[in-house]
Ligand binder design. Structure first.
Ligand code: 13P
Length: 247
């Protein structure tokens, strides 16, 4: 059985004072042996967040594909691990778009994360235009194949499906659309990775809130969520964690 994962991506939000939300979150949720809870704060908070995590896992929002060297301003996967984090998100659509990252860059980042002992959360997702012109599965198949390195296992890799048009918009795909995509991704992962593909966790992301989480988590191949806005406050994120635990 796959462990569930409730992951919060704070994006470029949060100062040191926001770390009190981590304490509030661990107070608000009951530990569950089958559910991981993860917060990915901005990089300057990684050390302190890891120190006070209290059962909550900590992750970064990106890493460089090289292990070290002359890359001013970048973070290596080993620096992230050294800060106490255990996950790194790679290939978020905001980085694909804002930093022109392509599948091959993201594959390199995931490989770097793996070599530092981190679990990579590889994000993929279609644009609204790709959705309306019927290209969703083609686009996702290409992104999955290109972004996922050959060394991916069920332990070191999580895939997050985040339709770009659903991120921060309040628009959520229908349950049928989520099931169609997640079943398709599962099929592709099993074809490529066998048992690891069956056991690799698949998250849905894009406007997940306490009010829609339980329905989204009903789908067999949805193993959790990658949550942006609703992860910033413990009072918004805790009910999502609870809905996942109950699913
Ligand atoms: P929202 O939950 O704010 O839509 O963001 C989703 C996301 O991009 C998480 O990585």
């Amino acid at each position: 059985m796959r462990r569930k994962l409730a992951a919060g991506n704070w994006k470029m939000n949060g100062l040191a004072a926001s770390l009190s939300e981590l304490t509030a979150l661990s107070d608000a949720i009951s530990p569950d042996a089958n559910t991981d809870v993860l917060i990915c704060p901005p990089a300057p908070l990684l050390f302190r967040a890891s120190d006070m995590a209290n059962g909550i896992q900590i992750g970064a929002q990106d890493c460089h594909s090289n292990l070290e060297g002359a890359h001013t301003g970048d973070l290596s996967a080993s620096m992230i691990a050294d800060a106490g984090a255990s996950f790194a998100i790679v290939g978020h659509s905001e980085r694909r778009e804002g930093h022109h990252e392509d599948d091959s860059d993201i594959r390199g980042k995931a490989r770097a994360a793996h070599s530092a002992g981190l679990t990579a959360i590889i994000c993929i997702g279609e644009s609204e235009e790709e959705r309306t012109t019927g290209k969703t599965l083609d686009v996702l198949g290409t992104q999955l194949a290109g972004s996922c390195p050959d060394d991916a296992t069920a332990t070191n890799t999580v895939i997050a499906y985040e339709p770009i048009w659903a991120i921060g918009t309040g628009k959520v795909p229908t349950q049928e659309q989520i099931v169609e995509v997640h079943d398709f991704l599962r099929e592709k992962l099993v074809a490529r990775f066998g048992d690891d593909g069956s056991n690799m966790r698949l998250l849905y992301g894009g406007s997940v809130k306490a009010s829609n989480a339980a329905t989204i988590f009903e789908a067999d191949n949805v193993d959790g969520a990658l949550v942006g806005g609703a992860s910033l406050k413990a009072s918004d994120f805790a009910p999502i964690v609870t809905a996942l635990q109950a699913s």
